[in-house]
Design a protein around this ligand. Sequence first.
Ligand code: DX5
Ligand code: ZN
Length: 227
Amino acid sequence: MAQINPSILSADFARLADEAEAVRGSDWLHVDVMDNHFVPNLTLGVPIVESLARATDTPLDCHLMIEDPDRWAPQFVEAGAGSVTFHVEAAAAPVRLAREIRAKGARASMALKPGTPIEPYEDLLPELDMLLIMTVEPGFGGQAFLDIMLPKIRRTRELIAKHDLELWLQVDGGVSAGTIERCAEAGADVFVAGSAVYGAEDPAEAVRKLRELATKASADAWWACGH
Ligand code: DX5
Ligand code: ZN
């Protein structure tokens, strides 16, 4: 079953508890942490993640678009995140960091910007619970999906199959009813959606619809046989 993670970047930041409630039934809440250095935008940090974790039962999927994740990521686990994603472009020691995140009790995940290839990281995949392939340049919600990322999603799914890994493959950026099926066919099984969920009249219904489209599209995909 495809997982849908609404991104609260497109929610009302003054009403985060209500906005979490508005997508009840989602698998995770995607929390975009930006530091105005790694990306040209600034969002929220550890105190807000702590408060949000207390305010909702939905587990938090924290996507750190920050410099020096080696230093900061563990604090997001302590704040209550169930999954922490760091960018490989920013990490000094990705293996050590992934191990530390897992040791503290969260799922460890690594993200790749559109220009970063997957191939150099093949041997590192067993250290991870999830890999995030960005389908826009990180920094802002509401951007157009980059179709040119589909081959990278496919190649990553091939590596997961080759090594027989229990690794989730997440896509983030421009995911909507118009693009989610292509992502699922290519091999993604976790889908972040910001504007497509919070821009909809009924966000919970938008989540259900996206999940249905992705689940159907992946059911017939080559990589899902035996799933
Ligand atoms: C962008 C963020 C995304 C963003 C996606 O850098 O990582 O999570 O919220 O927003 P949409 O779904 O609107 O592209
Ligand atoms: Zn994100």
